[in-house]
Design a protein around this ligand. Structure first.
Ligand code: ADP
Ligand code: MG
Length: 632
């Protein structure tokens, strides 16, 4: 028999196939099973269209047989089979795809969804096999043919016997070589695992004999003897849950699928099942987990959705399908329109991906918003887990996603100390309120006691209490919501006073200029300004910031590694002119400047403590208080 050479460039191509196109050897099985499925599709399509084959869907199957001793793995199908010419042209020419031709011939038929297109998948068998034998008999023909190849040297084709139509592919699994072991591809459980991973949704049953153990019949009950036997199992689930219509799937089905596939022990809080046609046709099944995984807020966490092309797994974690702000979402996308790269492990263009990702982003957003509006408790629970990510999402990428996310945010508020959304806040803003007020601090209780909040609350205005580091940064990025600007309670202009009050404060500052300047000098560079303010009601003093950087931002930025103490907010010490302490200061300024100087230090220290910051020199503070206490 004459050995034929692969077409000119094929040798080199084959070498490429075996050594560099694929990252995972195990995908050879995905490729051979996909081919078997395509072959069955073609015959099934044929039997549907002319009705003469007498075959129905239930007649079709793919079978796998492992023989450890012979080191062989067999993949059989009862699909369309190949003639000698087809064996020659489809398997003898690398990059020739009979499936692509079939697709093109039947272009007008939407039903057709064969997987093959590049004409290279078959050769991936050589990554694990030293010899590949294909025995094939076309449907309706009497003659079968055997194609055989040991790799780059070429292939032979000869007549042979075969029962029934279809194709039987036998791989002789390579011998282990040093570190490289191929034995795994002779393990039924491993093979079954690979089938589940990549080919779970092939539409025809994939069957294999699986080893099992049972109690030997007649063996004594107290001393049972066991025997090995095999069960022929169907390895794949065939119909993907996401291709079923929603009415066919129960909540339990969704939950079990999620827990099984995404290794969670809790049911998801939300299932999003959507199908779309048009610019991009796809099915998506998304889940929002009940809890953040332990590593969620760490670098280790990898976001992404599973990506399927016509039911075959292409990518385990496709990061491009999910924006960072929704990185907690799990799930999958299945599409027929992806332009895959030749290894079918990646995509050629990200255009379709971008369209799909854009749609999913909108969908996730609208589902979350629906939840916020209709299932408040559930949403608040979700926000506890993932709210931080949403807030980071507002701030990250220079605010690119801020408009998407602003209506999903919740903050604790001074009213009822409950979580409110920004639209709930603005909806109940009274006529006279210009700004959305917020105050920062470590805890709600601490913020609630801040002197700066007192007058605003007295006015009946609501304040958002920001307790997470990222909060103020997120609000600064948003700038406004519903046309209302955000304003920190420490801001110099709170929009509370009328023109007359403003004038009064201005005059008080002018009248007490000497005293205020003296206080500032006494504080020796600690503050940029000391001034009288009308923000305070019952407290004598508070600290605010002059420039863009607030005290809270200073705290957060300085707590980041490598930036200790580099960021400094401009501090302003504000005094309450209606407080008796202020009168004392005025009086003492004429009589005892040293006391005023000591009091300046005390007032500053108090303001620092109220802000939740620590004193540079607590001992000096304590001494100053004791001094005061020992005076008559
Ligand atoms: P692709 O599947 O992308 O077309 P392959 O290299 O996997 O490329 O297969 C090449 C061609 O060989 C297929 O298009 C098909 O025509 C033919 N072929 C492969 N396996 C089978 C099979 N089991 N039954 C019938 N034809 C097959
Ligand atoms: Mg193929």
């Amino acid at each position: 028999m004459q050995t034929k050479q692969f077409q000119a460039e094929s040798k080199r191509l084959l070498d490429l196939m075996i050594n560099s196109i694929y990252t995972h050897r195990e995908i050879f099985l995905r490729e051979l099973i996909s081919n078997a499925s395509d072959a069955i599709d073609k015959l099934y399509y044929h039997s549907l269209s002319d009705g003469t084959t007498g075959l129905s869907r239930a007649d079709f199957a793919i079978n796998l047989v492992v023989d450890k001793d012979a080191r062989t793995l067999k993949i059989t199908d009862n699909g369309c089979g190949m003639t000698a010419e087809e064996l020659e042209s489809n398997l003898g020419t690398i990059a020739k795809s009979g499936s692509l031709a079939f697709k093109q011939e039947n272009e007008k038929n939407d039903e057709i969804d064969v997987i093959g297109q590049f004409g290279v998948g078959f050769y991936s068998a050589f990554m694990v096999a030293s010899c590949v034998t294909v025995v094939s008999k076309p449907f309706g023909s009497e003659q079968a043919f055997r194609w055989q190849s040991y790799g780059a040297d070429g292939y032979t084709i000869e007549e042979c016997e075969k029962e029934g139509h279809g194709t039987e592919i036998t791989l002789v699994i390579k011998e282990n070589e040093g570190e490289e072991s191929y034995d795994e591809f002779l393990e039924p459980h491993r093979i079954s695992g690979i089938v589940k991973k990549y080919s779970d949704y092939i539409r025809y049953p994939i069957r294999m004999d699986m080893p099992a153990t049972r109690v030997k019949e007649g063996s004594p009950e107290d001393k049972p003897e066991y025997e090995q036997y095999t069960v022929n199992e169907t390895l794949n689930s065939m119909v993907p849950i996401w291709k079923k219509s929603k009415s066919e799937v129960t909540d339990e089905d969704y939950n079990n699928f999620y827990k099984d596939k995404f290794f969670d022990y809790q049911d998801p809080v939300r299932v999003i099942h959507s199908s779309t046609e048009g610019a991009a046709t796809y099915n998506a099944l998304l889940f929002i987990p009940a809890r953040a995984p332990y590593n969620y807020y760490s670098r280790e966490y990898e976001k992404g959705l599973q990506l399927y092309a016509s039911g075959v797994l292409i990518m385990e974690k496709c990061a491009d399908l999910l924006p960072d702000c929704f990185s907690f979402v799990k799930g999958l996308v299945d599409s027929q329109d992806l332009s895959l790269n030749i290894s079918r492990e990646m995509l050629q263009h990200d255009r379709q991906l971008k369209i799909i990702a854009g749609r999913l982003e909108k969908k996730i957003h609208s589902e979350l918003l629906t939840m916020l509006n209709n299932e408040r408790e559930k949403y608040e629970e979700l926000f506890k887990n993932f709210g931080l990510q949403l807030k980071y999402g507002v701030y990250n990428e220079f605010g690119a996603k801020k408009d998407l996310l602003s209506d999903l945010l919740l903050f604790c508020s001074s009213k009822e100390k409950k979580l409110v959304s920004l639209s709930e806040y603005t909806d109940r803003m009274g006529e006279g309120q210009k700004y959305i007020y917020y105050a920062c601090g470590e805890t709600v209780e601490r913020i609630d006691r801040l002197p700066q909040t007192e007058r605003i609350k007295d006015n009946g205005f609501e304040i958002l209490y920001l307790t997470d580091d990222v909060d103020e940064f997120a609000l600064k990025m948003l700038r406004e919501f519903g046309g209302k600007e955000f304003r920190s309670v420490s801001d110099s202009d709170l929009g509370l006073e009328n023109e007359q009050e403003k004038e009064e404060t201005k005059k008080q500052n002018e009248d007490n200029k000497e005293l205020l300047d003296f206080l500032k000098e006494s504080l020796d560079g600690k503050v940029k300004e000391v001034r009288v303010s009308d923000r305070l009601k019952s407290h004598p003093v508070c600290l605010s910031s002059g420039g863009e950087i607030t005290l809270e931002m200073e705290k957060v930025l300085n707590s980041m590694p490598g930036s200790e103490g580099q960021v400094k907010a401009d501090r302003v010490l504000e005094l309450n002119p209606s407080h008796p302490v202020f009168t004392t200061l005025q009086k003492l300024y004429a009589e005892d400047k040293d006391r005023v100087k000591a009091y300046a230090g005390l007032l500053y220290a108090q303001a620092v403590l109220i802000e939740g910051m620590s004193l540079e020199d607590p001992v000096a503070f304590s001494n100053a208080v004791c001094d005061l206490m020992s005076k008559e």
